[in-house]
Design a protein around this ligand. Structure first.
Ligand code: 26Q
Length: 837
């Protein structure tokens, strides 16, 4: 008999079973005394909360145990600095990693509750925008699982990424008050808080040693208060933590105002300081330069560095040894002000000389770049910087001066290259370029997929590679197989474990062992059955979220990701329109039934991205109501795409859309999630798709479109989209349908900007790639009709997805960048010590 949940993967020890009784007690205790309920009026929500508190107790036991272990062994630690952690839900992940899923399921069944229903009450922690934030979350899971002493540092936003609703086809944004009902697994560390200064001026003085010293005198201070989120490793006793800072007013009340009778003003000031951690900025390159965003960045970095240095000082080592004990990874440039802040601490507080201070700093930080698009590189107006962080600007000028002098003296750069590597961008509005600061202040700089790491060295950082050839390297992204297979697709995980055992859960390359069953007819059937069950479940979710009925046996074709022009959701919907037209014109054509699913948010200020969402919704409205195509084509936009929805959508997908213009998507990570769940990819040679192709083989993936070099060449030669439009009659007609308001739904002209952008500029070369995309989609449709061949390809995709585990990525970071150890696993059961009530 096959187990239908992770029990096989994570067998309970005898000791754990013995603990079940005490866990039941603990649970009953929380239900009654923490939640305040008796057993006569229980709802799923109460069970969720009591369970959250019960699991929290388990987590805290192991968290303390792990901390004790670190204190004894004092290994080198890594701190992952990120303005975003897209954690999604926590409870199910904790149950699986702790090996308690089955136990708890049984326990709840005993009192008439279904664990799956209970888990639906958890709100996602959406403290991130997309790929970059989710990557940080996957890395935390892998670090804990591999027993790496690794910690996340970020901000505890009151409001995470907005909730999206669709009205008249358009996106509307609603606040995401994710912690409204409390966060059971959060550990509030009221005793850990640091003050963070802003604004003010700098002063100079002569120190006791006769040296000129600088001091920053801020005129606003805010407190950062620590909130910890335990991060349990899978099948190990290690529980690390994510520490998020919340802003607190440094004075409950401004007594000055109060004493002068202005009570309201006194309270207002308090809430103004607390604004710093109020809301996550939706990633929006058009809306750069908001002072609150820079405040958030410095707030997070300043508090984190104080916290890290306090911990370091407990061991009484000299600061020059800091790089032997800590490594800090910068998740993009967002926390890169940390480089200037650590310099400030060393120079101004520790009164160190510049050279030794710089020596330490540049052995501590490393920087991960997540974009090649020059318009997405972060920079701040010098004027704004100077007001908010006057001392840091002085330090940045000094870093820059010394660096530029050195490269000039070495004579390796041309004058134009020297301008490119300068931290300060000259011009009528001087700006601080954070990427340049990050490269100069870090000992390693990495991209997130092989192609991307090459590309940044050839383009945005080319001049830097001449100065620091040894700094640049690649770390191809990965995803955690715990959340993205065991948790999201337990049926598939169980089918796999029945065939090849459980080792794949922590050594994903073991999935290779599935290859020997690829021709086994029984196995193929089981595989098809698992996929079909997941597709039925997805159909049910689509019905409940959108009201649309889909055919679960149709080709389920999915594009879920943030909306951005470079990701080309527009190319996908154009091809849907082409298919729709073809069916209408040729009603008897044999067409593979297809359901095209979209999901994703657009930055609130990103006009084009929002218009594309509207076009998709309007096309869906027209297509889904047309009886002529009913059995053959459906279009679905699932609102409010988020981590917990991804977990439900991905297992039920057949086709993964990864269709960005070559050279624009740094890596992509949903491409990996689909592969691991047996969907086939249609994609360009972009980001990690290139490596997916390498792993899976050309017969098992659908690659189309221009290559990166061709994109560059075409743009250089002066790209003209009309050449392509006039070569493809179909394409031309589709564009006319858009212009002639076929999908405008009573808003004539609404999509003209889309038409115009395709016709006149087409920055992302949709027109150049359309024919290739369309033909490849036709091939997909043909191939899907041969169920056995498709199933084999699906099996091979999973079997060859081993490389894309974030465990592999973290091993590489640990060995090649951080030089931190992977400690021994201590089996989980050896530390259970539940309190006996
Ligand atoms: C910038 C300025 C102001 C406010 C916010 C931002 C901002 C916030 C988030 C800019 C960018 C981001 C996020 C970028 C991101 O998610 N990049 C993605 O990172 C993934 C993980 O490496 C890659 O797989 C994707 O290819 C990349 O697009």
């Amino acid at each position: 008999m096959v187990v239908n949940n992770p029990r096989l993967i994570n067998l309970l020890s005898e000791e754990q079973k013995a603990d079940l009784a005490s866990m039941e007690k603990q649970f009953a205790h929380h239900l009654e005394y923490t939640i305040g309920k008796n057993r006569y009026n229980l709802k799923n929500e109460d069970i969720y909360k009591a369970l959250g508190h019960t699991i929290r107790d388990f987590l805290i036991d192991r968290l303390n145990f792990t901390q004790e272990r670190y204190r004894e062994q004092n290994p080198k630690k890594v701190f992952y600095f990120s303005l975003e952690f897209l954690m999604g839900r926590t409870l199910m992940n904790a149950l699986i990693n702790l090996g308690l899923y089955e136990t708890i399921q049984e326990m709840l069944r005993g009192i008439g509750f279904d664990l799956t229903d209970v888990l639906e009450f958890e709100t996602d922690a959406g403290l991130g925008n997309g790929g970059l934030g989710r990557l940080a979350a996957c890395f935390l899971d892998s670090m804990a699982t591999l027993n790496v002493p690794g910690f996340g540092y970020g901000i505890r936003y009151d409001y995470g990424i907005f909730n999206q609703i669709i009205a008249n086809g358009s996106q509307l944004e609603m606040p995401d008050h994710w912690d409204a009902d409390g966060v059971p697994y959060e550990v509030v560390r009221s005793d850990i808080s640091f003050s963070v200064g802003f604004f003010g001026h700098t002063e100079t003085r002569v120190s006791g040693k006769g040296k000129i010293q600088h001091d920053w005198v801020p005129d606003e201070t805010v407190l950062a208060s620590a909130h910890d989120y335990p991060i349990p490793g899978f099948n190990t006793s290690t529980v690390n933590y994510l520490r998020l800072w919340a802003a607190k007013s440094s004075e409950e009340f401004n007594l000055d105002y109060f004493n002068h009778g202005d009570y309201m003003k006194a309270v207002q000031d308090k809430s103004i300081s607390e604004n710093i951690s109020k809301v996550l900025y939706p990633n929006d390159t058009t809306e750069q330069g908001k002072v609150l965003r820079l405040k958030q960045q410095y707030f997070m970095v300043c508090a984190s560095l104080q916290d890290i240095l306090i911990q370091f000082r407990e061991f009484k080592y000299n600061l020059k040894d800091l790089p032997d004990f800590i490594a800090i990874q910068l998740n993009d440039t967002h926390p890169s002000i940390g480089i200037a802040e650590l310099m400030r601490i060393f120079l101004d507080n520790e009164e160190m000389d510049w050279e030794p201070a710089w020596e330490i700093v540049t052995k501590v930080f490393s920087y991960t770049n997540h974009t090649v698009l020059p318009e997405a590189l972060e920079s701040w107006r010098v004027e704004l910087f100077e007001k908010l962080l006057p001392r840091h600007l002085e330090i940045i000028y000094e870093i820059n001066y010394r660096f530029l002098t050195e490269v000039r003296n070495k004579g390796i750069l041309t004058e134009s290259e020297i301008q490119q590597v300068s931290i300060i961008e000259e011009g009528n509005e001087k700006r601080v370029r954070m990427a340049n600061l990050a490269v100069i202040g870090s000992y390693r700089v990495n991209g997130v997929a092989a192609l991307h790491s090459d590309l940044i060295q050839k383009t945005i950082f080319h001049a830097f590679t001449k100065v620091f050839p040894e700094k640049f390297n690649n770390k191809t992204n990965g995803i955690t197989p715990r959340r993205w297979l065991l948790q999201s697709n337990p049926n598939l995980a169980n089918l796999i474990s029945k065939k090849i055992g459980n080792e794949f859960t922590t050594d994903l390359y073991r999935l290779k062992d599935l290859e020997k069953f690829v021709d086994d007819a029984d196995f193929q059937n089981d595989w098809k059955q698992v996929k079909f069950t997941a597709k039925n479940e997805l159909a049910r979710i689509i019905k409940s979220e959108t009201g649309i009925t889909i055919d679960p046996s149709s080709l389920i074709d999915v594009q879920i990701k943030r909306f951005h022009e470079y990701k080309r959701q527009l190319l996908n919907i154009l091809r849907v329109i082409a298919l729709y037209r073809r069916i209408k014109e040729n009603p008897n054509a044999e067409v593979t039934p297809r359901t095209v699913v979209f999901g994703g948010k657009a930055a609130p200020g990103y006009y084009m991205a929002k218009l594309i969402i509207k076009l998709i919704n309007n096309v869906a409205w027209v297509v889904n109501r047309d009886k002529d195509v009913a059995e053959r084509l459906k279009v679905v936009f699932i609102p409010n795409y988020r981590v917990s929805l991804a977990e439900k959508i991905i297992p039920g997908s057949n086709l993964s859309e990864q269709i960005s213009t070559a050279g624009t998507e740094a890596s992509g990570t949903s491409n990996m999630k689909f592969m691991l769940n047996g969907a086939l990819t249609i994609g360009t040679l972009d980001g990690a798709n290139v490596e997916i192709l390498e792993e899976v083989g050309a017969e098992n993936i659908y690659i189309f479109g221009l290559h990166t070099e061709e994109v560059f060449r075409m743009k250089e030669a002066g790209y003209n989209p009309t050449n392509f439009i006039h070569q493809n009659e179909d394409l031309h007609r589709i564009l006319l349908m858009i212009r002639e308001n076929f999908f405008s739904m009573g808003e004539p002209g609404v999509f003209s900007p889309i038409y115009d952008s395709l016709f006149y500029t087409d920055n992302y070369l949709l027109m150049a790639d359309f024919t290739s995309y369309d033909e490849t989609q036709n091939r997909v449709a043909q191939d899907f009709r041969d169920e056995t061949t498709w199933t084999k390809k699906s099996i091979l995709n999973v079997a060859r997805s081993g490389k894309f585990s974030s465990d592999r990525t973290i091993r590489e970071y640990a060995k090649e960048i951080w030089k931190v150890p992977l400690l021994d696993t201590i089996p989980p059961q050896t530390i259970y010590k539940l309190p006996q009530n």
